[in-house]
Design a protein around this ligand. Structure first.
Ligand code: TYD
Ligand code: MG
Length: 465
């Protein structure tokens, strides 16, 4: 007879306990422990998986041939930004997870990728557990997508979906979204930890046994993690985050885990009226166009950050003004607040800049977030430029981390950043002093600096108004 047990499971981290607790002892979140019924009958592994893995034997590492690497088949979509992030295309038989805020464009991206893959002759099944077929048709119309190889199935029941997969035998399967799929054999509601775990495990078995590439969509929680336990991320082969500001049009596809490629890649898209358009030269997006014809504005500098493995030139703006409040305000948009406070402390101590009666605003143009320390120098110079009302040369790029002593520390991937600045037509780049490196092949003028004071002398002049 079927035995029903109840467990209390934290919906945030998957922690299990026998009784209710207000606070999860594992992840310390409050009110996330929920009662779930678990039927012991469901612990049986799917018969499908046993049948298919039956004749697999352990192999000697030394006997595994390198040719097998070439046998990893990748399914390229032809959307360069997507293919690059996935490590050169989705790997046949892999389970991939795409997560992002609601409304960010996950379904749009996947529908566009699907249509491209379908054009390449692959058979696709798009399972939508959130939208009706007509809603998908409307979106497809908007994106101008029509394909004979793309099947849409709208259901939330795992068993029914599995039947359709066995019938149709698609090459690629999209599950939109994993939080809405449920197995009727489990008594907990969809979206709970046990449902997500069980369904993902079954999809994993389907991917490996039937050699179907599966992409599952995952929702994220308020604090930006994938809803459901971390275990979901452990189970899949690759995890991609689709992010961006809902109110800005650009989107970033970031790889967080990839068993078949590098994780430091990132792809950029812009959400337009008729779908997502890939941005092949992202630096241009974040630079103001007005620089050519005017003499520039004080408080604005260009930094070379490194997002993923890719250099990105971004404009940092700063505004410094007398405060009307008893204690001055510090506002950081797109840069880390604590980092800003630290830079201000260095400016006050090492350069004698008095900001105790001044409000300081720092903003990254284009709404981008940069949390890399290499933009420290840019932030400092933007503040100085505005505080002394001196225009910083708009054709110079800044690069460097500021230490508390006022020295400029080195940054990673320096050559790539210099090259990007050169490519975009900048004349000069200020970088931290290099110990054992000489740059010869660059046309752009490279200035090496050791201390923050040197940069100030070079760019702002004598620190007196
Ligand atoms: P959607 O793909 O439904 O987001 P998600 O699946 O991540 O929840 O995208 C929703 C938003 O994208 C919606 O607010 C409208 C916008 N959008 C466009 O701006 N242009 C388009 O061509 C499409 C299809 C959507
Ligand atoms: Mg969606």
């Amino acid at each position: 007879m079927e035995k029903v047990k109840t467990k209390w499971i934290c919906q945030n981290c998957g922690y299990e306990t026998a009784k209710y607790l207000g606070k999860c002892p594992d992840c310390f979140s409050w009110g996330t422990i929920v009662e779930e019924k678990v039927c012991s009958q469901n612990n049986k592994t799917s018969s499908l998986s046993i049948k298919n893995f039956n004749n697999q034997k352990p192999e000697l590492l030394s006997s595994i041939n390198f040719n097998q690497i070439d046998n990893i088949k990748r399914q390229k979509s032809g959307i360069d930004e997507f293919d690059r992030v996935t490590g050169g295309g989705l790997v046949l038989g892999s389970l991939n997870l795409i997560a992002g805020d609601p409304g960010i464009g996950k379904s749009t991206l996947l529908l566009q990728v699907c249509s491209k893959l379908a054009k390449n002759g692959l058979k696709l099944l798009y399972v939508s557990a959130e939208e009706s077929a007509i809603q998908i048709k409307l979106r497809a119309n908007r994106l101008n997508i029509n394909s004979d190889n793309l099947y849409i199935y709208t259901n939330t029941n795992f068993e029914l979906i599995e039947m359709q997969i066995n019938d149709l035998k698609p090459d690629i399967l999209v599950i939109d979204s994993i939080q809405t799929i449920f197995k009727s054999t489990l008594s907990s509601v969809s979206g709970t930890v046990s449902q997500i775990k069980e369904c993902t495990l079954s999809f994993m078995q389907i991917a490996k046994t039937l050699n179907i590439t599966i992409i599952i969509v995952g929702h994220v929680t308020k604090d930006g993690n994938i809803a459901g336990p971390k275990i979901l991320e452990h189970m899949v082969d690759s995890v991609f985050y689709f992010e961006g500001d809902k109110y800005k049009s650009y989107r970033i596809l970031r790889c967080n885990k990839n068993r078949f490629g590098a994780t430091d890649e990132l792809g950029m898209f812009e959400m337009e009226e008729f779908g997502l358009r890939q941005i092949l030269n992202p630096s241009e997006l974040f630079l103001n166009k007005h620089k050519e014809d005017d003499n520039g504005i004080s408080g604005s500098v260009i930094v070379a950050t490194n997002d993923g493995n890719r250099p990105l030139l971004v404009e940092i703006e700063s505004l410094v003004g007398v405060t009307p409040y008893p204690s001055p305000r510090r506002v950081a948009n797109g840069v880390d607040y604590n980092r800003l406070l630290q830079i201000l402390a260095v400016l006050e101590k090492r350069l004698g800049l008095n900001l105790s009666k001044q409000d300081v605003y720092v903003n990254v143009a284009g709404g981008l977030n940069i949390y890399e320390p290499s933009s420290d120098l840019g932030i400092a110079v933007a503040i100085l430029s505005c505080a002394y009302d001196v225009v910083f040369d708009p054709k110079t790029v800044l690069l460097g981390e500021i230490s508390l002593s006022g020295y400029i520390k080195n940054v990673t991937n320096i050559e790539k950043r210099i090259l990007e600045a050169q490519k975009l037509g900048f004349n000069r780049i200020i970088i931290p002093k290099q110990q054992n490196k000489k740059f010869k092949d660059f046309k752009i003028k490279i200035l090496e600096v050791e201390k923050l004071k040197d940069v100030v002398k070079l760019c702002i002049g004598n620190l007196k108004k």
